[in-house]
Design a protein around this ligand. Structure first.
Ligand code: PLP
Length: 444
């Protein structure tokens, strides 16, 4: 099956490294099937669980993929998509795409003026190497906005988006093989990033009020060294950490002060629900605020704050890479903040009306859904593949829950950005029909 290539190793990490070596050298070609778990285990004289763990980690990192009953095979490369991004449905002409997770373009501020102001500042701005990584006025404004939300004091850095920040913070503190507790269901890109960096994921269940404290406690007892939490507009469930939940989570974290705590506040600017920060309860922490949802993902800018050691390390590493986030972009974002280009109240209301209408319309049809904040609604379904296929047939492209899940039950994610309050009813009827396959097949 593998030609001349011999997979070696006694431990899961050695076995996965051996497969990766084969893929890198080309001895294991894209599409090539790997031996079944039991067969390889017998050949290496190890427990089947050890090989299963190696395959799982390779799958999570996108090196191999499952080929149904035929086992696992080497993934095609190069790939333009991360492993979870490739779990998607093509959107046929005429179908409505509610799968993307993108903001409503109609709610993003026009960038022309902000970019023109930034360009006009060029002569006064530091244009060269050696300048400050973060403009003084931007740092002051970012800090004031963090203060307003009760985020503990700390230096401010900028990164090229939230994922960039989270990846840097994790790599500056953890070592390969360390465990990271992640929300489940949770943000697909994070679930791709953690294993790609060589860390192990420990899933933590969430409800509408955020991560469950007992689950966080369990994950930390199981050895998770870091925890990543979404404060508001949790992707995909819309959960927002309430004051009561924050108190309980802080208690758990206070008992584990060595945990690296990362809080993702991408809901800033689009959510009115107050932030109840958890950060500050542990010695090492970071809070990141992407501008992606309020101003558009293409700005690629996120504000990062945290404890002094964490921020020092991230900034030090940044100097040996991108150096800084373009000061042109910094000036544009500063202008958007200073002119209050986004009316948070109006944006939150617009997403909220559509979300609430969708959740209510689903509930009226006997379908339970989640969506307290942000732009997504999460619908638990018994059969994810069937639901996605049936919805596609009725003209709706939804995001398969597999993109967001580790161990949690199936579901689909619906993004409301492209919906109007009227189309919400149509979508709710289609979802309800897709969950009752017998009805869905009736043509009368
Ligand atoms: C939970 C979460 N955090 C942050 C972001 C934004 O990430 P980035 O700034 O890297 O584009 C997203 C985008 O979808 C998200 O879903």
């Amino acid at each position: 099956m593998l030609g001349e290539y011999r997979i070696e190793g006694r431990r899961a990490a050695e076995i996965s490294a051996s497969v990766e070596r084969g893929v890198r050298t080309g001895d294991l070609a894209p599409g090539q099937h790997l031996p079944p778990v039991r067969e390889l285990a017998a050949e290496l004289g190890v427990n089947a669980n050890t090989v299963a763990a190696a395959y799982r980690s390779l799958r999570e990192r996108g090196v191999i993929e499952t080929a149904g009953r035929r086992g696992s095979r080497v993934r095609e490369r190069p790939s333009e998509r991360t492993p979870r991004e490739s779990i998607r449905v093509g959107v046929p002409p005429g179908a409505t795409d509610v799968s993307s997770g993108n903001p409503d373009p109609g709610l993003l501020p026009p960038l022309r003026e902000a970019l023109a102001v930034a360009a006009g500042n060029a002569s006064r701005r530091d244009m060269f190497y050696g300048g400050p990584a973060v403009g003084e006025r931007l740092a002051r404004t970012a800090r004031a906005l963090l203060d307003e939300d009760g985020v503990p004091d700390g230096p401010v850095a900028l990164t090229s988006g939230a994922l960039d920040a989270i990846g840097s913070v994790l790599t500056e503190h953890l070592h390969a093989g360390d465990a990271v507790a992640v929300e489940d269901p949770g943000w697909g890109s994070l679930l791709d990033l953690v294993p790609a960096l060589g860390f192990r994921m420990v899933p933590v269940a969430v409800d509408d009020e955020g991560p469950l404290p007992q689950e966080v406690g369990r994950a930390l007892r199981e050895g998770a060294r870091a925890l990543v939490v979404t404060g508001r507009a949790q992707n995909p469930t819309g959960a927002a950490v309430t004051a009561a939940r924050a108190r309980k989570l802080r208690d758990v974290l206070a008992g584990n002060p060595g945990t690296l705590l990362i809080e993702d506040d991408h809901g800033h600017g689009i959510v009115e629900a107050p932030l109840h920060p958890l950060v500050g309860t542990t010695e090492r922490w970071a809070l990141v605020r992407s501008t992606a949802k309020a101003y558009g993902p293409d700005l690629r800018l996120a504000v990062l704050t945290g404890d002094a050691v964490t921020l020092d390390r991230v900034r030090g590493r940044q100097l040996l890479g991108p150096g800084w986030v373009s000061r042109l972009l910094q000036d544009a974002v500063l202008h958007l903040w200073e002119t209050e280009a986004v009316d948070v109240h109006a944006v939150a209301r617009s997403y909220g009306e559509r979300r609430d209408a969708l959740v209510e319309a689903l509930e009226a049809r006997g379908v339970r859904a989640h969506g307290r904040t942000g732009m997504n609604v999460w619908v638990p379904v018994p059969d994810e593949t069937g639901a996605v296929a049936r919805l596609l047939q009725s003209g709706w492209a939804v995001a398969p829950g597999a993109r967001f899940r580790v161990a949690s039950p199936p579901g689909v994610r619906l993004t409301v950005s492209q919906l109007t309050v009227d189309t919400v009813e149509e979508l709710a009827s289609a979802v309800a029909a897709a969950l009752r396959p017998d009805d869905a097949r009736r043509y009368d």
